[in-house]
Design a protein around this ligand. Sequence first.
Ligand code: NCD
Length: 308
Amino acid sequence: MIRHLLSAADLDVDRATLVLDTAAELANLASQEVKKLPTLRGRTVVNLFYEDSTRTRISFEAAAKRLSADVINFSARGSSVSKGESLKDTALTLQAMGADAVVIRHPASGAPHRLAEWIDGRVVNAGDGTHEHPTQALLDAYTMRERLGRIAGLRVAIVGDVLHSRVARSNVSLLATLGARVTLVAPPTLLPLGIERALGARLRTSFDLDAVLPESDVVMLLRVQRERMNEAFFPSAREYARCYGLDTARMRRLPQHAIVMHPGPMNRGMEIAPDVADSARSTVVDQVTNGVSVRMAVLYLLLGGSAK
Ligand code: NCD
């Protein structure tokens, strides 16, 4: 296995498949009365969160605890970071405490890569700026495979604020590795310039959601990330929802078997209508459940030595 998980591109087909297969085995644990394995007993996992998070932080914490690791939760707020301590000094502190793995979320793209240079433990990127979020892509792939039986050949539409989305970036990379066909759908202002050229023939882009929906097995909606926007990327929330929001009427354009995904947190009524979020096609809750198994698999494979 690899040493760190910093980017979805760290995973080739075999490694990505190993993570998904291991997660599937570990998922059985969730249905048992005692949800714990002794695998990481005596190991320390630090959750180092410099950005707000609900799902991802809780998910990594549950994953580490189910594997019996000691978990230290560090959030920048209320720590010496608010006194101006640098990432490097924080890293040296973690190193001195013997952290075996550090799960880091940081507003600066590339922060996990720097951290990996400074500490001996394993580093897992839990979201860095607008760059990558590899465990989200893994849990999304797991969910697609679970619901639709495969990933290779699936037609996946990733819709919305692609420009600011680390979820989109990691998904584009992992889905290409696993053989899915991705179409990015967004208003022109929210698509990175030259993205098609950068990513080659496997990737398509479109400004027209209604045209893409009938040809999609999966539609993945992205949160409009207003906290990362300092200018007007679209006229109004209403206008955005009208053109790119998935409501019940629009959902009918999807093939019968197609699923609707969202990484959370959702802006209900904007990129996704409440009825759609709560519909049988929606995998939002499954994604959260699967996130724990996938993160268990990642920690297990990075820290637990040899795989099966
Ligand atoms: C995403 C994130 O933080 O990058 N959420 C998540 O991890 N579940 C997506 C988002 O914030 O929109």
